[in-house]
Ligand binder design. Structure first.
Ligand SMILES: C[S@@+](CC[C@H](N)C(=O)[O-])C[C@H]1O[C@@H](n2cnc3c(N)ncnc32)[C@H](O)[C@@H]1O
Length: 201
């Protein structure tokens, strides 16, 4: 099964609140975004059906985009938001094959980069990140931590600490904040996540 079909199936077979990565309130992401850029534009890469965009709208952010490979995921989020969905740019794309048409002040990614286990795909992601931001932009990445699970949604992942992410992004991105978080899935198991914030130089 290809990547798009995998994710469309995941979002079609399970409800929004039944997927392992579900968060009622993505508190750490919201705090890191607010600290990095209180009012700037935000793109949530691999945002899926996350409620991050709802919270950012409620906080008054005016310039928001959600990118995901799964149209089913984006449709879920749009349906939940109702009329407010029109305030958001919805981009259905594979991040490793995407050419942005503009730049954003904040790039946020929770649990997407870690699926890119091959170096060429990681390089393509970093090229998209670089094209979609300017120097001074904030980059917030969240992945499974070194002691986190080896798979997510049935797919193998690459696990990182903040220093590993910094090394992989390279010298053009300075680590400004980091945290680890124990995520509790809807069925009560736990997953260790790394959160890392960077400033593009
Ligand atoms: C584990 S989910 C996390 C969703 C969301 N960030 C959250 O925290 O709720 C991973 C998301 O990445 C998306 N995704 C996976 N590979 C992708 C790719 N190559 N390009 C864009 N999105 C991708 C999936 O469709 C899915 O929505």
């Amino acid at each position: 099964m290809d990547t798009r079909a995998h994710w469309d199936k995941a979002y079609t077979e399970k409800s929004e609140t039944q997927v392992s990565w579900f968060q009622e309130v993505p508190a750490r992401s919201l705090a890191m975004i607010a600290a990095a850029s209180p009012h700037g534009s935000v793109i949530d890469v691999g945002g899926g059906a996350s409620r991050l965009v709802d919270a950012l709208l409620e906080a008054g952010r005016a310039d928001l985009a959600v990118l995901d490979i799964s149209q089913a995921a984006l449709d879920r989020a749009r349906a939940r938001l109702g009329a407010r969905a029109a305030l958001v740019s919805w981009l259905c794309a594979d991040i490793t094959r995407w050419t942005p048409e503009r730049t954003w002040d904040v790039w946020h990614d929770r649990a997407v980069f870690h699926f890119l286990t091959e170096r060429p795909a990681q390089d393509a992601y970093i090229a998209a990140l670089t094209a979609a931001t300017e120097p001074g932009a904030a980059v917030i990445l969240s992945t499974f931590a070194p002691d986190g699970p080896e798979r997510c949604s049935g797919l193998p992942v690459q696990r990182y600490g903040a220093a590993d992410l910094a090394a992989r992004l390279g010298a053009g991105f300075v680590l400004t904040d980091q945290a680890t978080e124990r995520h509790v899935t809807p069925w009560g198991s736990t997953q260790q996540f790394t959160y890392a914030a960077f400033r593009r130089t």
